[in-house]
Structure formats: structure tokens, C-alpha cells
Design a protein around this ligand. Structure first.
Ligand code: PLP
Length: 395
């Protein structure tokens, strides 16, 4: 007998992965250049030179036993100190090594944090549309996932819907800004309202309600900055990853920052260490941990994403597509031309366009376009988007 739950999870890949795998097969059949794959958030720009320079330097100069050996379970002390100091000088926080836990990316940061927080009977809120893996992570931690829709039209916080959803069982809310799949950056007004609602509910129910701030796109904002949530709400745990900012998704490196403004932050940090231990997420890859200090505050050249964003938005809206102009990340969330987003994606496939239907993001009738691709791919795909719009009589 094996776990039915895990068997089901393993057999059914996520909608995003399923389309990505279809794309691989299709590219082998008709040639890479003939398939317009917008399925995965896999960065297409190189990591900044500092990444490889630091790796080379470490390989040439560091003690190989130390470089490739275990670090302490929460991570290398110098790396944790460097991250704490970086956050303190960038955001005016009081972070230090003591409240930083190194992880293998945002997915691990989230599962560890949920493992540390969730008790029997707890609920975790997500703002729909949301990254589909939140359901898998929260339910595996033992929480009931509670979907709260964002405001229709701009995907900012729907204050009434959130107020109505928080109850005595709410342990945490996962917030992701800049957002996957909408590209929306929560406004200061939304973040302030979120903080106010949660503070009032904490008082009403007499226990902390945490924000789990999922931040793999923190630096990916076009013209401005995303409000830094720990500066608006004390009980915040940030789940960070270098996957997108440094174009290093395959290297699996990130961290958890338990804000020192959390109630009993030391206890919570111990619980993070415990959850990391229970999940087997200790000693994140040593080489990558040692690369991190030289890369803090640096990013890959994200100007290409900005070019893609403008090109795609301008052309798609000209063809009759509707979507919120994204301020961050590298996704566009576009209204499907029919209610059934799955059927619309099948139609898009006839033009070799690979889009992800919105259902697994917790809303119906949209598709996600991941535009972290080469600009030439978008240029070549535009006639296909145009033909798809024609199929639906939009032009
Ligand atoms: N959270 C969001 C919103 C994401 O989009 C992703 C990856 O695409 C992750 C978490 C997981 O990131 P990582 O690759 O760092 O585990």
C-alpha cells in the first residue's frame, strides 16, 4: 500500500507542466521555431556575470572540502549575515543572520513556512488567481485552503471579500506581489488595507494571523517598487528565491526571512528550523549559498521582459484581447475568447500557441502567457495570436 494522495499528485502533473511537456514533444515533431511556448516561467536571459565570476573564483580559491561540504542546517552563517545586512540596508529592517533560513528556492521556503505555522484545523487564505502549487503545499501542511477573489478588473485586494473570509481558524494568508499569474503589483493602498484588516482580525480572534509573502519576483517591477510587505505588517514571513531575479531556477536557492517584528519571532524561527528538518530541507546547496553574498541587489538584465511586455500588450490589445497591463513579474493574464479557458487553449494549440488555462489558478475564463521568452519568439507568434483572434471574429 502506498500513499493514495501522493500517487494522485504524482500521476497528475500541474496544468503548467503538462503544457510544457506537450510543447517539448511538439517541438521535436515540427521544430522548435514553429512552436510558440508561453507555458513556463523559465527565465530566458542569462544570469548576471557576477554569478559565474563568483562560482569560478570559489572553485579556484575556496577550500573544496568547505565549498562542497554540509553547511549548518539553517545555512552558511556568512551568507545569512550578508542577507540580513542587505535587507536591513535596503528596507530599513532589523534583519540579521538570526532570522534568515537558507532554502532550495521559493517552493521550499513556502512548504517550510507552512509546515512551521499550520496546526490542526487551520485555514490558509490565498488571493485568486494564485500560483497553483499553493494548494498542494498548504494542504500537505494540513491546512484548509480558502480562496478569496481579487477585485475584478484590476486584481487588487478585494477588501470586503477578504474581511468576510478571515475567521477564527485563519492562520495565514499567502500574498504574492508582483504576481504570478497576473503580473499585478499590489498597490500601497491594497497592502495598507490588507495590514489593517489582518490587524483588526488578530485583535478580534486573539491570535496572530501571518502574511506569508511569496517574493520570487520582488525586484521584477517595471518602473517603481513593490511595497515591501514586512514594513507594513509585523507578522510577516518572507519566502524569497533567486530563481527569477538572477535567472537561476535550476540552481534551487532562496531563503526564508522571519521578520523580527513577528510575535515570538525566535520561537517561530525555531519552528521554521524544525519544519526544515522534518521536510529534509536542511543545508541548502553549499556552493550556491556561497555565491549569494556577491549577488545581493543584482539582477539579470530584465529590460528584455519589459520590451516583451510592451510589445505583447500593445499587439494583443490591438487584436481585441483584454488584459490588465502588468507592472511586474513576467506574466500576462488574458481573458479567453470563450468561457471555457481549456477549450480556448486547445484552439490556441491549433496555431501552435501554448498558453495555460486559468482554472488551476482559481479563476475561470482566462489564460496565462509567460513572456520571459526571447523577443523573437513573440514577434514570430504575433500572427498566430492574430489568427486566433480571427477565429473568434475579433478582427
Ligand atoms: N511562487 C511563485 C509565485 C512562483 O511563480 C514560483 C515559480 O514559478 C515559485 C513560488 C517557486 O519558485 P522556486 O523556483 O524558487 O521554487
Amino acid at each position: 500500500m502506498i500513499s493514495e494522495k501522493m500517487l494522485a499528485l504524482g500521476k497528475k502533473s500541474s496544468a503548467i507542466r503538462a503544457i510544457f511537456e506537450y510543447g517539448k514533444k511538439r517541438k521535436a515533431e515540427i521544430g522548435e521555431e514553429n512552436v510558440f511556448d508561453f507555458s513556463l516561467g523559465n527565465p530566458s536571459v542569462c544570469p548576471p556575470p557576477v554569478v559565474n565570476e563568483t562560482i569560478k573564483k570559489l572553485i579556484e580559491e575556496a577550500d573544496p572540502i568547505d565549498l562542497h561540504g554540509y553547511t549548518s542546517a539553517p545555512g552558511d552563517m556568512d551568507t545569512r549575515s550578508a542577507i540580513g545586512a542587505y535587507l536591513a540596508r535596503t528596507y530599513g529592517t532589523d534583519d540579521t543572520a538570526e532570522n534568515i533560513y537558507m532554502t532550495v528556492g521559493a517552493a521550499a521556503s513556502l512548504t517550510i513556512t507552512l509546515g512551521a505555522l499550520v496546526c490542526k484545523g487551520d485555514e490558509v487564505i490565498v488571493l485568486a488567481p494564485y500560483f497553483p502549487e499553493y494548494r498542494v503545499f498548504a494542504e500537505h501542511a494540513g491546512a484548509k485552503l480558502c480562496e478569496v477573489p481579487c477585485r475584478a478588473g484590476d486584481f487588487q485586494l478585494d477588501t470586503q471579500a477578504l474581511s468576510a473570509a478571515v475567521n477564527e481558524h485563519t492562520k495565514a494568508i499567502i500574498v504574492n506581489s508582483p504576481n504570478n499569474p497576473t503580473g499585478v503589483v499590489l498597490s500601497q493602498e491594497s497592502v495598507k488595507s490588507l495590514a489593517q484588516i489582518l490587524s483588526e482580525k488578530e485583535k478580534e480572534y486573539g491570535h496572530p494571523i501571518y502574511i506569508i509573502s511569496d517574493e520570487p519576483y520582488r525586484e521584477l517591477v517595471y518602473g517603481g517598487e513593490a511595497p515591501y510587505i514586512p514594513n507594513y505588517y509585523n507578522n510577516t514571513v518572507s519566502c524569497y528565491s533567486f530563481s527569477k531575479s538572477l535567472s537561476l531556477p535550476g540552481e534551487r536557492i532562496g531563503y526564508i526571512c522571519v521578520s523580527k517584528r513577528c510575535v515570538d519571532w525566535r520561537e517561530l524561527f525555531f519552528a521554521v528550523c524544525g519544519a526544515g528538518r522534518a521536510l529534509g530541507f536542511v543545508c541548502a546547496p553549499s556552493l550556491m549559498q556561497k555565491v549569494v553574498p556577491a549577488c545581493l541587489g543584482k539582477t539579470a538584465d530584465t529590460s528584455i521582459y519589459d520590451t516583451n511586455r510592451k510589445l505583447l500588450y500593445n499587439e494583443l490589445t490591438r487584436y481585441g484581447y483584454e488584459c490588465v497591463y502588468p507592472d511586474g513579474a513576467f506574466y500576462m493574464f488574458v481573458k479567453a475568447f470563450e468561457d471555457d479557458a481549456g477549450a480556448f487553449c486547445e484552439k490556441a494549440k491549433e496555431h501552435e500557441l501554448l498558453l495555460v488555462p486559468s482554472d488551476s489558478f482559481g479563476v475561470a475564463g482566462y489564460v496565462r502567457i509567460s513572456y520571459c521568452v526571447k523577443t523573437e519568439q513573440i514577434e514570430r507568434a504575433l500572427p498566430a495570436f492574430c489568427a486566433l483572434a480571427k477565429d473568434y471574429g475579433k478582427i
